[in-house]
Design a protein around this ligand. Structure first.
Ligand code: TMO
Length: 317
């Protein structure tokens, strides 16, 4: 990559030539972990940072963007992408793998789902009879219960930040032929999605938001809408057509991506990373520590490590 990196490499090489321990090489090259904009991803970054520091490494938490982070992993600007959700990130993950430089370091121990849905009270209050079947959305009476000041009289879907999945949801509405009744707005952050749940409840209107599982909302009562089944290639983004892009989201994996030289530059940290495999309740716990309990991300990570110390220590060995 850059000149400074090459020079740093030379400096480490010189130190090693004088018999310095590998500890010095590790300290000279921090492990770079991306920070995105939803809670479990950030808490897991802090969990890894705290564990790697226990192991004697230096760590940098690097503010990053969802899709472009795979190119950063590929060229070594980042060492890891530790929460790679199939539905929204498989494309940039495999693109970077094709080019060379990104490796698959295994999966977490769960099935993920990322989909539009409603808090259970929307169903209980009868705001859109027929949900969670998507065909309920074809009703103008339903759509008008989901209108907001900025939705031009249509029902509003509140998507996550546009950088998460671009036009997938606007294309979904077109593919289903319901874009005359519904429109997509993008939230600025995950927190804006949770604020929308509170606001809609207060205002007594319906709300459809993008959400995912595992998440803290698993416990709070949230129902995903059931769309036509997903299959590989159905979305416009994956080569599909306007006839097929109304498909829903896949039940998917949650992978760990790594820079190809991470196993060589930090073998013990890489070994931990390949063993590290969280399950659904654990990822929910990471999010819940922040979004329900109000901890900072670093506090949430420390609490999580304390709660799972025996398992973390097994992965360190
Ligand atoms: C990637 N996300 C969990 C926010 O859908």
């Amino acid at each position: 990559m850059t000149k400074s990196k090459t020079l740093k490499g030379l400096a480490v090489g010189a130190l090693l030539a004088f018999g310095a321990s590998s500890q010095v090489a590790q300290a000279a090259d921090p492990i770079r972990i991306p920070i995105l904009n939803w809670s479990s991803q950030i808490v897991m970054a802090h969990v890894m940072a705290q564990v790697f520091e226990e192991m004697g490494h230096k760590v940098e938490l690097v503010p990053s963007e969802s899709a472009s982070r795979y190119e950063a992993v590929r060229i070594g600007d980042l060492h890891v992408a530790h929460e790679t959700w199939e539905s929204t990130m498989a494309l940039p993950f495999y693109d970077a793998m094709d080019k060379g430089g990104l490796i698959d370091a295994g999966s977490h121990n769960l099935i993920t789902f990322e989909e539009m849905g409603v808090p259970n009270w929307v169903i209980e209050q009868g705001l859109c009879p027929g949900l969670p079947n998507w065909e309920a959305l074809k009703s103008p009476e339903c759509a008008k219960n989901f209108a907001t000041a900025d939705s031009g009289g249509k029902g509003r879907w509140l998507e996550g930040p546009v950088e998460w999945h671009g036009d997938v949801m606007p294309n979904r509405l077109k593919g289903l032929g319901i874009d005359d009744l519904w429109t997509v707005k993008f939230a600025g952050s995950a927190n804006a999605l949770w604020a929308e749940l509170d606001a809609a409840k207060k205002e007594g209107r319906g709300t459809v938001i993008f959400n995912w599982s595992p998440n803290f909302t698993d416990a709070a009562g949230f129902t995903f809408i059931e769309f036509p089944p997903y299959y590989e290639g159905c979305r416009i983004e994956n080569g599909g057509t306007w006839e097929t892009t109304g498909c829903g989201s896949p039940k998917g994996w949650l992978k760990k991506a790594a820079h190809i030289k991470f196993p060589l530059s930090h073998p013990d940290a890489y070994k931990f990373y390949t063993k590290m495999s969280f399950n659904a309740p654990q990822i929910g716990e990471m999010a819940d520590n922040v979004d329900s309990k109000g901890m900072t991300h670093a506090e949430a990570a420390a609490a999580f490590i304390a709660n799972h110390r025996a398992q973390i220590d097994l992965w360190k060995n």
